[in-house]
Design a protein around this ligand. Sequence first.
Ligand code: ZN
Length: 190
Amino acid sequence: MPAVTEVEGQVRNEELDAEREARRQLALAQIRQYPDPVLRMQAPPVEEFDDDLRRLVARMGELMKDANGVGLAATQVGVLRRVFVFAPEEDQVAALVNPEIVRRSDEAETDDEGCLSIQGVTMPVERSMTVRIEGRDENGDEVGYDLEGTPARIVQHELDHLDGTLILNRTTPEARREALAALRPRLVIR
Ligand code: ZN
């Protein structure tokens, strides 16, 4: 029976079997969680395209897949470098280093987004419908993507992470209050 998949921002919602769920929990344990201060920090550009960077990208790709995510930024694993991985299409992983949105549509759309660093809550966020994003891959080669809809939303979310901006800063004041109220009891338990 095919699983019904619903993508909400950074998080893919679907039923997982026990083994997949265990792997997901292990991956999530390695992803920094709100209110970790590193999530608020600005990441400086990558200057060297070396094995260290390629190892980081490979690790982030694995974590993203295991966590059942569709995007993951370096700041979310505590690394302050401008790099993120994302799924341009289902089951694909691409890395963008020093990414910049060079074009975006005037048309915007509001939809619910989740975040691997703010688990268990989603909130409405307005994003440009289409974007062109350019940067380099992990080998230093120039890459560019023209994206629409969900993938466009994902890269806007990831780029925000590299500037220390979270969906909590992008949503409405009411949704932010609700999300913080839902998060608070858990923060106390931890
Ligand atoms: Zn996120």
